[in-house]
Design a binder for this molecule. Sequence first.
Ligand code: ATP
Ligand code: MG
Length: 562
Amino acid sequence: MCPPETPTDFIRTIIQEDLASGKHQSIVTRFPPEPNGFLHVGHAKAICLDFGVAEEFGGRCHLRFDDTNPSKEEQLYADAIQEDIRWLGFDWGEHLYHASDYFEQLFEWACHLIREGHAYVDEQTAEEMRANRGDLNHPGVDSPYRNRPREESMDLFLRMRAGEFEDGAKVLRARIDMASPNLTMRDPAIYRIQHSPHPRTGDQWCIYPMYDFAHGQSDAIEKITHSLCTLEFENHRPLYDWFLEHLPVPAKPRQYEFSRLNLSYTITSKRKLKMLVDGGHVNGWDDPRMPTLCGMRRRGFTPQSIRALCREVGVTRTEGTVDFALLQSLLREELNETAERRMAVLNPVKVIVENWPQGKVEMVTAKNHPSDPLRGSREVPFGGELWIERDDFRIEAPRKFFRLKPGAEVRFKYAYYLTCTGYETDADGEVTEIRCTYDPESKGGNTEDGRKVKGTIHWVHAPSAAAAEMRLYDHLFREPNPEEGGDFLQNLNPDSLKVVSAWVEPDLAQWPAKKAVQMERLGYFCLDPDSSGEHLVFNRTVALRDSWAKLEKKIQQGSAGT
Ligand code: ATP
Ligand code: MG
């Protein structure tokens, strides 16, 4: 049943067994985000699992908003969540639900628990409740209201709903076991008073169900077969089952837990990501440095690379941190295939070609992809005035520096061989201009005599180049574990964004949004939505494999380099 290329894991094994044994005819899963922020890369793991298994086993996956806390939730987030899931390539069809769709039923079931003696209205203060809850070493203390008559609880609960009491004045609690070794089972709250209008139900309600109560019962109403969640809910499973046992629910879903996705240098908590946004540490939820799906999309990450990451990581119950470099390498692997090549110069210095005919512009042919001829080629202007990377020239260069240096000959990719004849510097010794001569016999970057030119550099033709703002990103945090030392805000990387003014090939001035491009030797880029008319802005999605950076380092240490 499971396609052979699909990696298998304990959840898929369980599903396979349940289908084989006839326990279920088909499976139903759900992805249950709370619309209180934007989705992040961690959610992608849950999405790939929930929607992925439904697809593979011919079942279906519901999108259900866990909208039980109106003070934190907004329609804006709900809309963004849907966009992000679709972007990842998943679809819930007509199965879009909200916990709030079930408020009336959930209220009914809360009344049922009261009538059966399984729930009571507590009037302790929040502090008293906390103190009486006990801890891992001490059993809790029963509330003085725990044994009040059912009728009294029912009356109070109805009056809670009617809006007679202030926020927090009373709560409805399940009556389970204040001495349970599992703290979740110590008479958990199931309804609280909250006088906040709800994005969907308006001011119809001033009491709202708690997550644990709403979640499992929503699963039951939707006849979810496998309710998949992260390991922090393992302790909640007995409560999940307890509600199902004590209520006349139409189905008995089962909850299974798997480990969260943690990525190095990355925070995956909506609450903390919101702190970054609210504190102005980033430019919004879709800042390209954010691990939100919208931020990653803006940066140029592809849904395929994120899905590939989730596939690589697999589904287990072992907690661990995945190296961010894995995601980058999956992304490079994909973009290497898909992205066309163009040239851009990030840190320019001028080259004057002394023997180039005055004013002449010649078109040279550049391949759009080095290994895919079907991608075709383009004509790029070349002439007597060029920009190259400042790093591609050294006055004093080690023997193995195969780029431009006085007296040396270098291939200007797709164009000609140029030999450096001199240079100018300013008062600080900074190179302001490099002079070269070109070999007219070397057009296309080859000569008949087959002489060896080791170095190849990229360039743009100065008079026809377009100006572009390049945004170069580094990790948002300095530490692989952003929580190192206890406060992630202390570990922000002050150099996570570098903005440079660059020159790019003329046709990048009309580059389509969302289309990846490899700027040769510099990395993969995409157009940022901040671009407008004349003003081009590119994001560097990911640098090329570290080889260039390593080379730079080696050269600085004086050892080697092409
Ligand atoms: P956050 O702590 O970021 O707010 P959450 O779990 O509160 O996350 P929800 O909107 O409630 O956010 O999550 C929806 C689903 O996504 C849940 O089933 C949750 O288990 C799952 N999920 C959240 N974070 C991760 C993660 N890092 N890895 C895998 N699944 C996750
Ligand atoms: Mg949550």
